[in-house]
Design a protein around this ligand. Sequence first.
Ligand code: FES
Ligand SMILES: [Fe+2]
Length: 432
Amino acid sequence: MTLQHERAPVGDLHDLVTRREPGHSLEATFYTSADVFDLDLRAIFERHWLFVATEPELPEPGDYVTVEIGTSSVIVLRDDDEQVRAFHNVCRHRGSRLLDAPCGSVGNLVCPYHHWVYGVDGSLMHADNQPPTMDRSRYGLRPVHARTVGGFVFVCLADEPPADFDEVMSRVEPFLTPYGMAGAKVAHQVDIVEEGNWKLVMENNRECYHCDGHPELLTAYFPLHGYTADDVPPRLQPVWDRFEEATTALADSCTRSGFPQEWIRELDTRPTGFLVEHAPLDGAGQSYSDGGKAVCRKRMGAIDDARFGDLHLHLQPNSWFHMLSDHAVVFSVLPISPTRTFLRTTWLVHPDAVEGVDYDVESLTHVWNATNTQDSVFVARTQRGVQDPGYLPGPYSEVEGDVEAFVAWYVGRLQAYFEVGADGDLGARPGR
Ligand code: FES
Ligand SMILES: [Fe+2]
């Protein structure tokens, strides 16, 4: 189906943002309009830290991945000093794309057009037929801010990235370090194009109200997010009882190993909104598999308890992470168009885990491949619904608190953009 993306006057966008009714899903225009999509790129994706890759995808100097963020293409690569750097994937001569492949390895970066040559530090090393007096230092690749935290790679396209990122990551890192992610091994990666706006993909991730649609996930996942002992519905009471028992066992395990036990939820109160929770798993309690048993024989990093639950991290605007005793599965969301979204899922295991011996890809990926496929259907159904003239925003339930937090964060960041920008002028590109 072809959708005619709406164009909305700029003033209307400002009104649209300010009149958002808390506790309700967004108006249709947020999910369908080309202008809102442009606004999302500028106000959200060009101004915030984005999770785009894992360090194990770049094990050696010269290894790279290319990342498409709306109209921007970014090269993320490891330089000769083993630091992860990022550059705009744009030649400084006349602008040709430099790298086309999604990943690979280079000695130098050579533009396919007129063969300017750049080092992996971005410096211009050679340019044919330019005068000897050419000041090459002026024509290095334009850098993009890049950071690695706990084995994960983040980039920010803004000139001045949100200043709270370092503080957030200093609080997150103690949870990640024991998993040894920087030295882990990529076991599998799957890219999906979701037939829905990127916000529908994120909103869907932020709740488990729909988790009856995930039978594979539910054999290991406690679908209790948002409930308390006082309001858990009777049908979930047996699940709640197992959850309480498993919670006690996990707390004891954390105490023994010195693993941090704080749960942090600052999803909509800061530019780098985040959540860290360490929840037990159902069934065997070890991993995301049929029945919750481990799917890899080697445990991650320094984790010494197979029943170590799911350390999950949610970051605004585009990622979520599940860290388990035997593997990690991590998700990056990037917008393609108002109605299409790229979702990359990466499974990681201990570096010494051998495929076919310690794990097999089918068992490792079964639960989240199935869950992703089911979620894709939910997202596509919702996209079709919200672009129907019959759609009106509806109320969130009390177990959709993190959806509200995501939307509140999003609206708050748009408002911050309008305040800094020229009265919501979509042509403005504020520096902060
Ligand atoms: S555009 Fe890259 S060398 Fe000319
Ligand atoms: Fe889901």
